[in-house]
Design a protein. Structure first.
Length: 507
């Protein structure tokens, strides 16, 4: 009992020794601690770059395990701290970012983005407002072209180009010029199509796949021109088409069929030329069958061959390509209706021409010919001619279209009035056709002769004599009055017989 008290009181000799040692250790520890504090105050430690083996201060926090936070667990906003809060462990944000977002819910980066979008939108609207007339006119042209209204399409495309030019003289508008060229080609206006391509679309642009049609137009033009040049070289060997030379001309043209033509600068050679050896620098094309048949038709027409032969060559022309079919469609249809009584073939061609260009007067003319020859329905023929002329007049610059194309309908009006014994009305209609063609420089023999005969029929001898004097001033027998005029003067033919002949439908 006394021994235990002694241990508890700590008064034993052993306890006293332990106490002394503990006090000595405390004294030493205090001295070392003071020394460390003084050293810490005298130097700076770069904790960010502090390297301790197995320890990265940038990836862990004090008191936590030294493990990097996976990227998918980082805060979506700051991307530095671990996501999740005490309130919401599944939160995509860390505690600090979530508190910030609760106070300021609008991200400054989002605000800047909204402002940028608004600015871009305003600029886009401004640019669109400037270009909208160009765009609108071009789309109207596209719709007109799709609907087969080619005159309207050309007008709209030209308006679009004017709008674009007013905005900037530097606008290239390659696509717009390509559209114009395409419509001109469909209207068999090759020269205008080539002008649009050659003057406004550079070779570098023509290489693009989207301009494939332009290259096809250029190739077709080159092929037709080369064929015409070579054919004329052969035909030029003969002074004229006669019974003796006719067969030779046809044989020469037949020999060119399917043959290669070599183009070297301004020279044209074909593979049938024995003395020409190509050197590989030439451009090569295959002779265009349509143009060869066109020359055969012209030769047969000049020799007044049987209608079957003439129309056969003309049908071959139409069958060679869509371009050539449009080119000779009205002539072929009028031949079928006016001279061959092939009304179904004529109507088929009229429908084709109507589909290609509803605004063209050619299909109206063909239908007028059909009504007159097949049905003897002169009123219906006159009505379709009147509708066709009004259609032309209603177009922008309609007076120009009437001047250029109205003559074919005015001539049909005159022929139908003749069949109704209305010679004053017939004379008035053909006078309009004569005046229009005189202004455009394209006066045809048929219009001139019918004009002269109706002047005699209506006792306008002064006009007839004026036409005679004009013909005499040319001094060229090839443009003299045809036998129809002299036969009418002598009483061999009546105006009705002349109108029924079909010769005045072939224009």
């Amino acid at each position: 009992m006394d021994e235990n008290k002694e241990k508890l009181s700590g008064s034993s000799p052993d306890a006293e020794d332990i106490k002394d040692e503990m006090e000595e250790l405390a004294k030493v520890f205090k001295e070392e601690l003071d020394k460390a504090k003084k050293e810490a105050e005298n130097q700076t430690v770069d904790f960010e770059n502090l390297q301790v083996e197995g320890y990265n201060p940038q990836t862990v926090s004090l008191g936590k395990k030294s493990t990097p936070v996976p990227e998918k667990e980082l805060c979506e906003y700051c991307g530095e701290r671990a996501r999740g809060t005490e309130k919401n462990p599944d939160s995509p944000y860390c505690s600090e970012c979530e508190e910030t977002l609760e106070k300021y819910p609008y991200d400054y980066r989002g605000i800047i983005a909204v402002i940028a979008v608004v600015c871009i939108t305003v600029a886009a609207v401004f640019c669109f407002a400037i270009n909208v007339p160009t765009f609108a006119a071009m789309k109207q042209g596209d719709k007109a072209a799709d609907d087969g209204k080619l005159y309207t399409a050309i007008n709209k495309y030209n308006s679009a180009y004017e709008y674009a030019s007013n905005i900037s003289t530097e606008k290239n508008c390659y696509n717009l010029h390509a559209k114009i060229a395409s419509v001109c080609f469909d209207m068999v206006n090759m020269n205008s199509a080539l002008t649009e391509i050659g003057d406004y679309i550079p070779d570098s642009v023509l290489k693009l796949l989207t301009f494939k049609e332009m290259n096809e137009i250029l190739e077709a033009s080159e092929r037709m021109q080369a064929t015409a040049m070579v054919a004329q070289q052969y035909i030029g060997q003969y002074a004229d088409v006669t019974e003796e030379t006719y067969d030779k001309i046809i044989a020469d043209l037949d020999a060119l069929s399917g043959k290669t033509i070599y183009i070297k600068g301004t020279e044209y050679h074909d593979e049938t030329e024995e003395d020409y050896v190509p050197d590989g620098t030439e451009t090569k094309v295959i002779a265009d069958e349509g143009w060869l048949c066109m020359y055969k038709y012209a030769a047969a027409q000049q020799m007044d061959k049987d209608p079957e032969i003439i129309v056969g060559y003309l049908q071959d022309v139409a069958d060679s390509s869509d371009y050539m079919r449009t080119l000779v469609g009205s002539l072929l249809a009028s031949t079928y209706a006016g001279m061959m009584d092939e009304y179904d073939k004529a109507q088929e061609l009229a429908d084709y021409l109507k589909e290609v260009n509803y605004e063209s007067p050619e299909w109206c003319m063909v239908e007028a010919v059909i009504y007159r020859h097949r049905d003897n329905d002169y009123d219906k023929a006159l009505k379709i001619c009147d509708e066709g002329l009004k259609m032309l007049e209603a177009l922008p610059n309609g007076d120009q279209y009437v001047m250029q194309y109205g003559y074919m309908l005015q001539l049909q009006q005159s022929l139908n009035y003749i069949m109704q014994d209305k010679y004053e009305e017939a004379y008035e209609a053909v006078t309009a056709a004569y005046d229009n063609l005189s202004m455009t420089g394209g006066l045809t023999v048929q219009v001139r002769d019918l004009y002269a005969m109706l002047a005699l029929e209506t006792n306008d001898n002064e006009t007839f004599e004026a036409v005679e004097l004009e013909i005499d001033s040319y001094g060229d027998d090839s443009i003299a009055f045809t036998s129809d005029v002299t036969d009418y003067q002598s009483g061999k033919l009546t105006l009705k017989e002349i109108a029924e002949s079909g010769r005045y439908d072939l224009i």
